[in-house]
Each structure stands twice: as structure tokens, then as C-alpha cells.
Design a protein around this ligand. Structure first.
Ligand code: FAD
Length: 371
């Protein structure tokens, strides 16, 4: 089997490196950042993602086990509904930097070569051109280079990621004994999610607002905590108390491509956000990337090829991405529709959407890894 080169050392790229090396394939990872560092932020890993991490022997670092999701109204925090943990198994809250470090350490233990500080500027066939003027031709190339990556244009033709008119603020603050649940505070055109991290010592805040005015070229930047508080000023109770504690924040202008039409061209393929960026409103982007990683490595190891990978993964990614998009509408309802919807949920007239099919999925059973 040819050597595999992975472009991008995010959660998807590193998980793929672990999976490929576990299958006995030779792999190296090329990353533009000079150091592997993540911004301070949390991530939820549900059962479908945990299954892959377990199969790869990657422990969840300092995890907090979720006891469910509380849906709350924004202004006073009135509880609308408590959604119990998925029947498939618990969701865990972890710090992104810790998860990345755990994946990196597993990959290193398996002999994966990681080349940092190498920014690719173009992929043309099996040739990668780098920012420093170097070029390399590789056997098999997997683009795990995210929503703004350079592999997707080669596989699917040039296209610009579209601004979704949603901006996500992220911050970490010291915890004050908050419960081990995801609190989802729903307001008009905006929502906030709070959950504990690092064995309950930190509280993760994600605050999303609809916004038309993003003009900055950069899609990720440092944010002003005072501005953040002003934009979410209508939130009360524990949400407001959490905002008061923010002293550093980051903003993401959420950009999307549609799920890629083609997932591979020749021996160049896409994985994770490079193939199917998603709104984060179902907490599934990284979990999908973990599933991709397992299935892609298993397909290559079994000689089933990239067609099989695409056939197994594309319908699943399309369904999950669509479900996450529908949540954007649900979370941001305006008055009076919001009150009507909350009343229907509270009274049991309308059940909350059932995402069991998302969490039940077992990528490791879809394609066992050993040939
Ligand atoms: C606010 C928010 C909250 C989220 N919460 C969750 C959650 O709770 N659960 C969940 O499962 N998902 C969540 N997600 C989604 C998740 O973060 C992403 O789907 C996931 O990180 C994608 O991983 P990836 O490896 O495919 O891409 P990325 O994480 O984008 O990694 C791509 C890597 O490629 C590198 N790269 C890019 N271009 C080049 C180049 N030209 N040359 C070399 N290297 C390059 C980048 O530096 C980066 O390291 C959330 C996303 C957001 C924005």
C-alpha cells in the first residue's frame, strides 16, 4: 500500500493518522501552524465519536460526563425542557486542546510523522505546493484541511465558503459549581450554550448571534468581552452571570460549503470539515470527522478504495449537516413563535426532535478495520 499524506492536523487529520497507523499504513501529517495549539474552548463528544476514540485507544482527557441538555428561555432562564442523555451512551465535555494533545500523543506513539509550519497553497493532482515555494508529489493525499482548505478546490472545483450570517463567540470562565449539563438558552436571533469542562473547573460558553455585517477577511479573531456582553445583554440568570466573568473571548464567523459533491478525485480525498462543514448546532462536526477517519482508514486498509469511503460517508454527513441546520431555526425563534414553541414543548404537545439516529451510529461496525 502506498504512503498516505494527510494535510491538516485538526481533530480529523490526527484521528485519521491514528487510524491509518493502527491499520499498519505509513502516514505523515502536514500542518500549517508552527505549533499545535487550540483556542480555549470546549467540545462535546457524543457516543458516535467516543466509539471511534475508544477503538483508536485515545483516552478522553479530564472529561465531564453530560447528564443531559436543559432547554431554557433566554431572559430569565425559565426551564422549558430537560432532554435526557442519549440512550446510545453518554456525551462528554472536553477541552479542545486536551483532545488534540491526546490524539497527537497517540499518533506519535504509533510512529506518525508530523510536519509543522508547512502551509500548502495549492493541491494539483498529487502535487502539493507550499507557501515557501517547495512542491511535493505524494502517493495518496487526504485533505483534512478544514472549511477554508486548499484540497477541496482540486477535488470539486473552485468555490468560496459562504458566510452563514451566524457568528459564534467562545470563552472559558472559572466554574461555580454549575451542573454537568449543557444549558441551551434560546433567544430571538441568538442562543447561548454553557457546559462545564476540565473535571468541572471551567465553564465553557458558546454564544451565537445572527449578524449580517461581517466584513472582516479573517473568519476567526479575538473578541472584546464588553462587546460580547452588550450583544447578549438580554440574557438573564446564570447566562448573564457567566457573561460577567468573561475576560477573553474569540469570535468565529461561521462559514459553510455544501456537503461536497465529490469526496475524492484520483487518489486525493477529503475528510471532516473539508468535505462537510456544518453549523455547530448539533455538536457533530468533530464527531463526523472522527467517523470519517475510521471509515476512510478501514476502506484503504481493506483495499476497498475511496469510492466505498464516499458511498458510506456522504449520505450520513448530508443527513447530520441538514439536521444541524434545522436547529439554527429552532434555537433562534422570535416572539411570539418562541413562546408558542416553548409552550408546546413544555406541555408535551410536541416532543423534542429525536437525534438517537445521530448518536447510535457506529462507524467501527460499518467497516471493521482489520482486513
Ligand atoms: C463554535 C463551535 C462549536 C463547536 N462545537 C462542536 C462540538 O461540541 N462537537 C463537535 O463534534 N463539533 C463541534 N464543532 C465543530 C468542530 O470544531 C469541527 O467540525 C472540527 O474541528 C473539524 O475538524 P477538522 O479536522 O475537519 O478541521 P479543522 O479543525 O478545521 O482542522 C483543519 C486543520 O488543517 C490545517 N490547515 C488548513 N489549511 C491548511 C493548509 N493550507 N496547509 C496546511 N494545513 C492547513 C489547519 O491549521 C487545521 O489544523 C464546533 C465548531 C464551532 C465553530
Amino acid at each position: 500500500m502506498a504512503d498516505v499524506t494527510v494535510l491538516g492536523a485538526g481533530i480529523g487529520g490526527l484521528a485519521l493518522a491514528c487510524a491509518l497507523s493502527q491499520c499498519g499504513l505509513s502516514v505523515r501529517v502536514i500542518e500549517q501552524a508552527p505549533e499545535l495549539a487550540e483556542v480555549g474552548a470546549g467540545i462535546q463528544i457524543s457516543r458516535n465519536g467516543v466509539r471511534v476514540l475508544q477503538a483508536l485507544g485515545v483516552p478522553l482527557p479530564a472529561p465531564v460526563q453530560s447528564h443531559g441538555t436543559e432547554l431554557r428561555d433566554w431572559a430569565r432562564g425559565r426551564l422549558v425542557l430537560t432532554v435526557p442523555p442519549p440512550a446510545a451512551g453518554p456525551t462528554w465535555y472536553v477541552h479542545r486542546a486536551d483532545l488534540l494533545a491526546a490524539l497527537r500523543s497517540r499518533a506519535a506513539a504509533r510512529g506518525v510523522v508530523l510536519e509543522l509550519g508547512r502551509r500548502a497553497v495549492a493541491v494539483e493532482g498529487n502535487r502539493i505546493d507550499f507557501a515557501d515555494g517547495a512542491s511535493e508529489t505524494v502517493d495518496v493525499l487526504i485533505g483534512a484541511d478544514g472549511v477554508h482548505g486548499v484540497t477541496r478546490p482540486f477535488v470539486n472545483g473552485p468555490s468560496q465558503a459562504r458566510f452563514t450570517r451566524q457568528v459564534a463567540w467562545r470563552a472559558l470562565v472559572p466554574a461555580r459549581g454549575e451542573p454537568a449539563v449543557a444549558q441551551l438558552w434560546m433567544g430571538p436571533g441568538r442562543h447561548m450554550v454553557l457546559y462545564p469542562l476540565r473535571s468541572g473547573r471551567l465553564l465553557n460558553i458558546v454564544a451565537v448571534e445572527e449578524r449580517r455585517d461581517w466584513t472582516d477577511d479573517s473568519w476567526r479573531q479575538a473578541g472584546d468581552p464588553t462587546d460580547m456582553r452588550a450583544r447578549f445583554a438580554g440574557f438573564g440568570g446564570a447566562a448573564r452571570a457567566a457573561l460577567e466573568r468573561v475576560d477573553a473571548a474569540h469570535l468565529w464567523a461561521l462559514h459553510l460549503h455544501p456537503v461536497a459533491d465529490r469526496w475524492h478525485r484520483g487518489s486525493v480525498a477529503l475528510l471532516g470539515d473539508a468535505a462537510h462543514p456544518t453549523l455547530p448546532f448539533l455538536a457533530q462536526g468533530a464527531c463526523l470527522a472522527l467517523e470519517d477517519a475510521w471509515v476512510l482508514a478501514a476502506c484503504l486498509a481493506r483495499g476497498q478504495g475511496l469510492d466505498r469511503y464516499e458511498a458510506l460517508r456522504k449520505p450520513r454527513a448530508q443527513a447530520v449537516v441538514a439536521a444541524a441546520g434545522r436547529n439554527a431555526w429552532r434555537f433562534h425563534l422570535r416572539t411570539p413563535l418562541r413562546q408558542v414553541a416553548q409552550l408546546a414543548l413544555r406541555s408535551g404537545l410536541v416532543p423534542p426532535p429525536d437525534f438517537g439516529w445521530v448518536h447510535d451510529y457506529d462507524a467501527t461496525a460499518a467497516v471493521p478495520s482489520s482486513p
